[in-house]
Write a protein of this length. Structure first.
Length: 209
């Protein structure tokens, strides 16, 4: 269960944008938040690398990759979100489909990004998403995940309030789980975790063997 604010935030763009702006202040603002995936992997990829943004929405987190010159594919289940992505980022190739079962060929991408999206999935589906990412990566390819992490004491109350107002029980479940350990168990290696925003946010990079 979640409050009435969550559907309102998705229905009215200004509410969603305002919440994003406030919650991203601790990492330096919206542009910094959207660029965390690119910042983590840009030194590990060739200039012509193929990038997949899973759960791309309307393309905000894909935009830094596009601006940096990468070939970006965005996958999302929402036709409305993909329509917005087409208008805003015409260079991004859009694919409609489930992140749990992406309609894409195995070993197609040099890197995959999941930006503040994985916490939307229940545990079983979350594992399916990560397994699909492993399948879609080329040998030696990289996954970068930016998402929630249990906050330090000073940030714990704001995080709990945010989750109560705008998230569901899937976010709470993610806060209880060890995501780096899950990635290692699924077969990723070189799993590295960086905590930021008062430990309320984690950025994880992991490589396909």
């Amino acid at each position: 269960m979640t409050s009435f604010l969550r559907p309102l935030a998705y229905r009215h763009r200004w509410i969603y944008d305002s919440v994003t702006a406030v919650s991203s202040l601790s990492v330096g603002g919206v542009a910094k938040l959207r660029g965390l995936g690119l910042d983590a992997l840009s030194q590990r990829l060739e200039p012509n690398a193929e990038i997949l943004d899973l759960c791309c929405g309307s393309g905000e987190a894909a935009a830094p990759w596009i601006d940096a010159g990468y070939a970006v594919t965005g996958l999302d289940v929402s036709p409305r979100a993909l329509d917005l992505a087409t208008q805003r980022h015409p260079l991004m190739q859009q694919v409609e489909g489930l992140a749990e079962e992406p309609p894409l060929k195995d070993q197609s991408f040099d890197a995959i990004q999941l930006s503040v999206a994985l916490h939307e999935f229940p545990r079983a589906e979350r594992e399916q998403v990560l397994t699909s990412a492993l399948r879609l990566l080329k040998t030696g390819g990289w996954l970068v995940v930016v998402d929630l992490h249990p906050a330090a004491p000073l940030m714990r109350l704001p995080q709990q309030l945010f989750c109560a107002l705008f998230e569901t029980e899937t976010a709470t479940a993610m806060l209880e789980d060890d995501l780096p350990a899950q990635l290692s168990a699924l077969g990723f290696f070189h799993v590295e975790q960086e905590l930021m925003a008062g430990r309320a946010l984690q950025r994880i990079t992991a490589q396909r063997p």
